[in-house]
Write a protein of this length. Structure first.
Lengths: 364, 455
């Protein structure tokens, strides 16, 4: 293996990929990255056996070959080099790296020992614009569960319904659903939330199309020169649609910033009661107010004007409400609910109504 | 039969590949089918599948051949049972709200979209299959009282005792009983090690509020092996706050440990006093009759009726650790099942060795040294003439261990500790036997020295 690359390209690729390499596993080689030259391109890969990531970078290749080297060392070394051309040369499992006056040799482990990177030979292909997927994932990921006892809830469920692609996540106390794009495909993927977080990191400011390929066990996302492949979670996602109420007895619509503000204020008094705040919606006064009590500290009532239909109150966890408000981007929001123990629904109000966030009430 | 083929293959492969590779690629595989010259191997994920298919296929085929199986084709299939997670296909999402009316909760409980929470509990551990004997009847009674009235009686409950005498079984049984009596209750069982790990992750990923909120929303918190928390200051602090939040709200807390709170080193004083606040119960080594009952119960669980001599033999063979007792029983049952024999006393003796089977790698000198080291006294003093109390007790303990572990004769024991008269040894062993029943410190010392010996 012999090639030349720019420091910027190599460093960026290593920074993207090396974080996947893990030092905690049972297999020491998983803390290495695989450098491989084929078809005049350098590919850098790492895997933790749940996901695998490969970044291709353009380079001037003189000889093909492959080697694995410790990810952290390689990443730290290359990022400290000056921005210049870097030459890589492989000699008997030793990788010589030279750039200007810097010379180093890293002892590698043969690429033969590296796990075979998964590939999807036959599968379904579709594309989605990166900004749409990014926004959608950011808005649902927060609701996913981290409780491994119910694996299906630790995933983001990407699926089609009535010719639309949806992303959904829930931890059983709250649920977020985003309508992403219209499509004629049939898609049904339950993807580990951690892989989606890695995907978000890769997407960054990329604004092209993301290519997605999947079979029934794994899914591959191609973001420009970077490929991310992850296993799918086995199991059937709960039939969540029947949980979203169709009609509401009470709805309040108000500017996003006002609801956020009164929720924030009330949450200060809700710390010792598990974040419990009571929301009152008043039809007569066209007003929404939030009440919270801290037995030692005092209590608080904050109100805001709103467009209201129906009277009622509900007790929610202020943290869940704040989380939801932080990821809603619209100018106005609407909060709707029925009974005290039935789900409450937060929606963006205005032209776009493609985001639904359900929060289960607290029982006081 | 199919499994034994695959076991043999795995056994051989384990010797040829590195340990890391074996654990990563082979350990959780299973033989799913072996029929019509096609062999199907179950693997836990696609990474393993590809690795076995492309890299280890030849090795597997060769090893199979050596073991007398020559399939035309080997297939690899992803097999969900290979993972630890139970299947959740039929887990419907339903609206359920936590019950809080019955108990005096002054905090609102979360309602959930899903089914009852029984986080971390193993449903195998129930009161029904717990064998009650003299050593654990107090603990059992307290746990039953808690199960019917969580949060009001004995809060917190602190259960301590040696390795493998059923602490985990008992505290999980409480959790299971509460979860089935109150279908909305949020019962959380966690080992302290897991708690520490999650706390570290919470700090690392800055999700501290999630972490705290999760534990503080529990209706019943069960913490196993709490002695591990010793020396971990930040974790202790977090645990302290969790403890307070739950105790304030009258939520039940159950804690287990291998020693009483006062003996856990570097435990913060405020935690120590809180642990001892409700009720501390010492679980003791089961007596002979209880051990017999345990063997019978476990055998019945496998629908096998063991003859009384075999039961007594097993109960005599392993006296302190129920887990080992169960292991010995399983070994016997597996052996008999494979050979299609009825278990009897001669098979048991042949397989498990005589009751006086002394461990070969331990010699009397090591025991004396270990004991001296444990009590921080020089070796020449423990075998010397001094008769100060702080030397006599360790000396007697050393004699007791020599007797119980190596079954040495009394004159020999006396010689090992530089005594002339064997009656000294007899007296010492009897004295420690008596004191063990009364004094937790001595029990702890003996179990720790023993643990060091076999470590």
């Amino acid at each position: 293996m012999k090639l030349q690359v720019t420091q910027e390209n190599l460093s960026r690729a290593l920074n993207t990929v090396a974080r996947i390499a893990t030092t905690r596993g049972t297999l020491p080689i998983l803390s290495n990255v695989l450098l491989k030259v084929i078809d005049n391109r350098l590919s850098i890969s790492a895997t933790n056996l749940d996901i695998a990531m490969t970044n291709f970078i353009g380079s001037k290749v003189s000889k093909e070959g492959a080697i694995t080297v410790p990810a952290r060392l390689m990443q730290d070394f290359v990022s400290s080099l000056p921005s210049d051309i870097i030459s890589l040369e492989l000699d008997n499992n030793k990788l010589k790296i030279s750039s200007g006056k810097y010379q180093s040799v890293i002892n590698g482990i043969s690429a033969e020992d590296f796990p075979i990177m998964p590939a999807i030979t036959e599968g379904k292909n579709w594309v989605i614009p990166a900004p749409i997927l990014k926004k959608g994932l950011q808005q649902v990921i927060i609701a996913a569960s981290s409780d491994e006892a119910r694996p299906v809830l630790t995933g983001v469920y990407l699926h089609t319904f009535n010719n639309s692609l949806y992303a959904v996540a829930t931890d059983s106390y709250r649920l977020a659903e985003k309508n992403l794009i219209n499509t004629k495909e049939t898609i049904d993927l339950l993807i580990p939330c951690s892989a989606m977080q890695d995907l978000l990191r890769i997407i960054g400011d990329f604004d092209g199309d993301i290519e997605v390929t999947s079979d029934d066990q794994q899914v591959l996302f191609r973001v420009g020169e970077i490929e991310l492949i992850t296993r799918l979670i086995e199991g059937k996602y709960p039939d969540y649609r029947k949980l979203i109420p169709e009609k509401f007895a009470v709805t309040a619509t108000l500017p996003h910033s006002e609801l956020l503000n009164i929720t924030k204020v009330s949450s200060l008094f809700a710390r010792e009661s598990a974040g419990s705040i009571t929301i009152n919606v008043d039809d007569k006064d066209q007003q929404i107010n939030i009440h919270s009590i801290a037995s030692q500290l005092g209590e608080n009532t904050a109100a805001a004007e709103a467009k209201v239909t129906g009277d009622g109150n509900i007790t929610l966890n202020s943290r869940y409400l704040l989380d939801a408000l932080h990821i809603i981007g619209s100018e106005n929001v609407s909060l709707s609910f029925n009974g005290k123990l039935e789900p409450s629904v937060l929606r963006e109000s205005g032209k776009t109504t493609d985001y639904t966030h359900i929060i289960m009430p607290l029982k006081s | 039969m199919q499994d034994s083929l695959w076991q043999a293959v795995l056994g051989e492969i384990e010797l040829t590949v590195s340990r890391g590779s074996f654990v990563t690629w082979f350990k959780n595989t299973r033989l799913l089918r072996h029929k019509d010259n096609i062999l199907v191997i179950g693997v836990q994920n696609v990474f393993v599948k590809q690795q076995l298919e492309r890299k280890y296929n030849q090795l597997i085929a060769d090893t199979l051949k050596k073991n007398g199986a020559e399939p035309e084709r080997i297939e690899y299939k992803i097999y969900s049972g290979a993972t630890l997670h139970k299947k959740t296909d039929d887990d419907p999402i339903v609206l359920e709200s936590a019950q809080s009316g019955a108990r005096t909760a002054n905090r609102p409980s979360p309602t959930t979209l899903t089914h009852t929470y029984r986080q971390g509990l193993n449903e195998r551990y129930t009161f029904e299959n717990f064998v009650v004997g003299s050593g654990n009847e107090l603990a059992y009674a307290a746990c039953q009282a808690i199960a019917s009235n969580p949060g009001t009686k004995y809060n917190p409950l602190f259960v301590y005792g040696g390795v493998g005498i059923g602490k985990t079984h008992l505290i999980q049984a409480v959790g299971n009983a509460i979860a089935s009596n109150n279908p909305g209750a949020h019962v959380v069982y966690i080992s302290t090690e897991q708690f520490v790990q999650e706390f570290l992750d919470a700090i690392r990923y800055k999700k501290n509020t999630d972490f705290a909120g999760y534990y503080r929303s529990a209706d019943v918190l069960i913490v196993d092996d709490v002695q591990i928390i010793a020396g971990k200051e930040k974790t202790q602090e977090e645990f302290f706050h969790t403890f307070n939040a739950l105790h304030q709200a009258n939520k039940q807390i159950i804690i287990s440990s291998d020693r009483p709170p006062k003996d856990i080193p570097t435990l913060e004083e405020r935690l120590r006093s809180r642990f001892a606040w409700g009720m501390s119960i010492d679980m003791q080594t089961p007596d002979f009759e209880t051990r017999c009952a345990i063997v019978q119960t476990k055998a019945h669980a496998h629908s096998i009726d063991l003859p009384q001599p075999v039961v007594e033999f097993l109960a005599n063979l392993i006296q302190t650790n129920i887990r080992e007792l169960e292991g010995a029983l399983n070994q016997l049952l597996a052996f008999c099942e494979m050979r299609e024999l009825d278990p009897d006393i001669s098979i048991a003796i042949g397989l498990l060795g005589s009751a006086k089977n002394r461990p070969k790698h331990i010699n009397p000198k090591q025991i004396v040294e270990r004991t001296a080291k444990y009590f921080h006294i020089p070796l020449d003093e423990i075998v010397g003439p001094k008769r100060d109390k702080d030397i006599v007790v360790p000396r007697q303990i050393a004699m007791h261990i020599l007797r119980s572990e190596l079954h040495l004769s009394f004159p020999k024991i006396a010689r090992e500790l530089g005594r002339k008269d064997h009656t000294t040894a007899i007296h010492s062993v009897e004295k420690i036997d008596k004191e063990m029943a009364l004094d937790a410190d001595i029990r702890l010392a003996i179990s720790e020295i023993r643990a060091h010996l076999y470590a």
